[in-house]
Design a protein around this ligand. Structure first.
Ligand code: PMP
Length: 400
């Protein structure tokens, strides 16, 4: 009965790793998936995560019972404080409904499902380009997906005028997906002044901000700085939806730990919203897993561990920024034609190189370097030892 099933294509991002794994070359390099690697090219488990796990193991009173549908209450409270700020009136006034979800993706999905059921506008505007999973998550949740201009290939920067025009002509009440920081795939973020203009425009048109915060602390190295865009919107007292992921900033990728927060106008509304989020979650996966959220709660509740986390986080962010400078210098040394300053200007895990799919294909075929066909490279997958190889490949692709 399944004979008619046709083979589906590999996921465009995860498929890069599949191809990489099949390549026997010793010089192969995977710059596709956005996962942090050390200078030695190894995945990293943060020290604070190891310490928190040790605490959990030593705690004999811990059991493996089901969590509530909304997850670990302490984790939810601490996650809201992390993104909105401990002194945020929305948090202090209990106007935020926060539920633990399956990392960033699960948080986006639950948020989108909730909006599709309970929000009057079913249109969501996503930036062009954006993370490849966004359009699928939103359309399968029952929202209708449109795009707004974001990136200008000519300047390799923000198309701010295009963005304002497109949001300005969106229907009143439309939902707008915003990357809180470290826009994926472009690495291009609005300045704080530009965020303020975006906020003013969106509030005047009653557009609903839906923030995707997958890189808090990873962009600048500062948790507060990377939350500024979100906090700007929450400070005006209006509604806001935020999906948070701990995949990158705590290195908890496979633990699938994240949170969805819906900021409401009153505590009473927030509690009704939470009751409806439970109705969305229960038939999907019943309740979220306990381990990852317990690690996060351990770290966020403990002053010392929290401090150690910020130090480790900054070290990861700084290493990525160092890779940007090294790659930029390596291209300068080779005299690679073109202006490569965007490599050091862009923010976060990725550089949107501007290489086209043909050039990417050449780099894969001849240099065994793997990346998405849009020319996005994960700076976190680079090290001082591999930068020259990448620079050689880019030089060859450009001068081919
Ligand atoms: N949003 C963006 C912009 C991302 O880059 C990612 C991870 N690549 C996610 C959401 C979701 O990640 P996860 O589900 O692993 O938290």
């Amino acid at each position: 009965v399944f004979n008619h099933v046709v083979r589906a294509p590999e996921d465009p991002i995860l498929g890069v790793t599949v191809a990489y794994n099949k390549d026997p070359s010793p010089v192969k390099l995977n710059l596709g998936v956005g996962a942090y690697r050390t200078e030695e090219g190894k995945p990293l488990v943060l020290n604070v995560v190891k310490k928190a796990e040790q605490q959990l193991v030593n705690d004999r009173s811990r059991v493996k019972e089901y969590l509530p549908i909304v997850g670990l209450a302490e984790f939810n409270k601490l996650s809201a404080k992390l993104i909105f700020g401990a002194d945020s009136p929305a948090v202090l006034e209990n106007r935020v409904a926060t539920v633990q979800c399956l990392s960033g993706t699960g948080s986006l999905r639950i948020g989108a499902e909730f909006l599709a059921r309970h929000y009057h506008q079913k249109v969501i505007y996503i930036p062009q380009p954006t993370w490849g999973n966004h359009p699928k998550v939103f359309s399968l949740s029952g929202l209708s997906v449109k795009t707004y201009r974001y990136y200008d290939p000519a300047t390799r920067g923000l198309d701010f005028r295009g963005l304002l025009e497109d949001l300005g002509s969106a229907p009143s009440g439309a939902i707008v997906l915003l990357h809180a920081c470290a826009h994926n795939p472009t690495g291009v973020d609005p300045s704080l002044q530009q965020w303020e203009q975006i906020r003013k425009l969106m509030r005047s048109k009653r557009l609903m901000p839906f923030f995707d915060s997958a890189y808090q602390g990873f962009a600048s190295g500062s948790l507060d700085e990377d939350a500024q865009s979100v906090r700007l919107f929450v400070a005006d007292g209006s509604e806001c939806v935020v999906a948070q992921s701990y995949a990158k900033n705590m290195g908890l990728y496979g633990e699938r730990v994240g949170a969805l927060s819906i900021v409401c106008k009153s505590a009473d509304i927030a509690s009704r919203v939470e009751s409806q989020l439970k109705i969305v979650i229960r038939p999907m996966y019943s309740n979220p897993p306990i381990h990852g959220a317990s690690i996060v709660a351990c770290i966020l509740r403990d002053r010392q561990l929290y401090h150690e986390w910020t130090v480790e986080l900054k070290a990861m962010a700084d290493r990525i920024i160092r890779m940007r400078h090294q790659l930029y210098s390596a291209l300068q040394e080779r005299g690679t034609p073109g202006d490569w300053s965007h490599i050091i200007k862009q923010i976060g895990m990725f550089t949107f190189t501007g290489l086209n799919s043909k050039q990417v294909a050449l780099m894969t075929a001849e240099f065994h370097i793997y990346m998405t066909s849009d020319g996005r490279i994960s700076m976190a997958g680079l090290s001082s030892a591999t930068v020259p190889h990448l620079a050689d490949a880019m030089h060859a692709a450009i001068t081919h």
